[in-house]
Write a protein that binds this ligand. Structure first.
Ligand code: CS2
Length: 489
């Protein structure tokens, strides 16, 4: 590997750990921690979130909770991590500081497509007592609006034949059946994705796929939070400079992290509370808070920002008029839409979220957050709108976000440049838009017709229709800059 000065640097591994700064070394002895957790989804978020919490919990309180992490799709990272003895670094980045640590909580890595049998086998291993998931919204294969399992060909083949499973529902079902056959004991299945009531959704998925929920399986709900952009060359270069060795699995994240977990683990769990997590009996107010006041606002920045030509979320937040608009979205639409956790002010939480989004060194791309909008809009924005409409209110700012998504789905930024529609429903969205001639009223009617995104309460609501159409007209005529210029703080 080429080092910064053109010299050759070694790879991060057990053998090179002694060369990295003492304060960056893992808090547990890597390679020695027995596995207790099976994790599906090896992405940057898992590495910067659950892997860190679990290492801290083991460092503070012990326990055999090493993580065997499974890549459900791509093999690349499995190879990288295997070559590094499963070690990787996390850099916490703020305007003032960059702190790096190497994490040693991974006890194994597997690639599901090339070795599905091994993954199913792990479910049947009594040492595994917790399964966590960060597979993104779309991998659950559920209709975003209703939460019903989508029984397309792929899923049906996984559920009704014995071919190696290719989908997440397929893996879960095969795994749970194998566990029941092996009589391997109770287990908790923990969704760490930004789905609405994620524990209940996951339970519903298993119930629909299997016809029933097997005994001894729990589904704790969680609220997970840390901004972790996709790794770039710069992330790798920064890690190399700080460590003195090359880490091709490095991630960078904001310093802030939060994890609220419903405490229903029939076979035990790591002492995550010793690592700063909140264990609670009622996670739903936390989930709603985060999905609406963080992710909803994030999506607003992503669509409006991308339309205005901003590459990053931080740049989108600097657009004139953006912050006042988001503050009104939070105060007027989001805050009155639900009851927050005791002692939490939604407006103050929203302010702290805006500060986090303003982090200039994080480089979170608008197009990354804009991805998979059809899977995200319901829990992030539409639930807010539905709750406000039930209360008789007219949620203007949320309607602007929906209009921004619609214009984004049209595929052109305000300066005419093409925008990518990276979405599992891209085909259906394009088909709906074809023949609308781009006329706002027709675009709104066509996209409201996507039943898997827009529930009937919204699609059939004339007030909502008018509000969205009004904003879409404004965005078409004046662009994001002109539209935001009319917002009074
Ligand atoms: C983001 C989230 O990509 C997205 O859609 O809104 O990944 C967000 O960064 C995290 O949920 C923060 O915890």
């Amino acid at each position: 590997m080429e080092g910064l000065g053109g010299s050759v640097t070694l790879r991060l591994s057990l053998g090179t750990l002694r060369q990295i700064p003492v304060e960056a070394r893992p808090r547990v002895r890597p390679g020695t921690v027995p596995a207790g957790i099976l994790h599906l989804g090896l992405g940057a978020f898992h590495r910067a979130h659950q892997a860190v919490y679990t290492e801290d919990a083991m460092a503070e309180a012990g326990g055999d909770w090493g993580i065997v992490a499974v890549a459900p799709r791509r093999a690349e990272l499995v190879d990288v991590l295997t070559a590094q003895d499963r070690l990787f670094s996390v850099t916490s980045l703020s305007g003032e500081s960059a702190q790096i640590r190497v994490v040693g909580s991974l006890a194994g890595v597997r690639h599901a497509p090339s070795d599905p049998g091994a993954v199913v086998g792990l479910f049947a291993d009594p040492a595994i007592r917790v399964v966590t998931l960060t597979v993104t919204e779309k991998a659950y294969r559920m209709d975003p609006a209703s939460g019903r399992l989508i029984t397309d060909e792929e899923v049906m083949a996984d559920l009704t034949t014995d071919r190696p499973p290719r989908t997440v529902p397929g893996l879960l079902v095969r795994g749970l059946l194998a566990r029941a056959r092996a009589d391997a004991g109770p287990i908790a299945l923990v969704s760490c994705d930004n789905l609405p009531t994620n524990g209940k959704r996951l339970r519903g998925l298993v119930e629909q796929a299997l016809g029933e929920v097997p005994d001894g399986v729990s589904f704790p709900g969680t609220m997970v939070d840390r901004i972790v952009p996709a790794t770039t060359e710069e992330t790798l270069a920064r890690a190399r400079a700080a460590l003195g060795v090359t880490d091709l699995a490095a991630v960078a994240a904001e310093p802030y992290r939060q994890w609220v977990i419903e405490d229903v683990f029939p076979a035990g769990r790591p002492a995550w509370e010793r690592a700063g997590a909140v264990l609670t009996r009622d996670v739903e107010p936390w989930e709603r808070l985060k999905l609406r006041a963080l992710n909803g606002v994030h999506s607003a920045l992503a669509y409006l920002g991308a339309l205005a030509g901003c590459r990053t979320i931080a740049a989108a937040l600097r657009l004139p008029g953006m912050r006042p608009m988001l503050e009104r979205f939070i105060a007027e639409d989001i805050a009155p839409s639900f009851t927050p956790p005791p002692g939490v002010s939604v407006v103050e939480y929203g302010q702290s979220v805006l500060e986090r989004f303003a982090n200039p060194v994080i480089e979170h791309r608008t197009l990354q957050v804009a991805m998979d909008g059809s899977q995200k809009l319901p829990q992030r924005v539409l639930h807010t709108l539905m709750d406000r409409r039930s209360a008789g209110a007219e949620p203007r700012w949320g309607a602007l976000v929906v209009a921004a998504w619609m214009r984004f789905a049209g595929g052109r930024a305000d300066d005419g440049r093409a925008l990518p529609l990276d979405d599992p429903l891209a085909g259906a969205i394009r088909a709906a838009l074809a023949g609308t001639g781009g006329k706002p009223a027709e675009v709104v009617a066509a996209l409201f017709g996507l039943e898997s995104v827009f529930p009937a309460e919204i699609a059939g609501d004339v007030v909502m229709r008018d509000l969205v159409e009004e904003w879409l007209t404004a965005l078409d005529r004046h662009g994001v800059a002109g539209t935001l210029a009319t917002v009074e703080g």
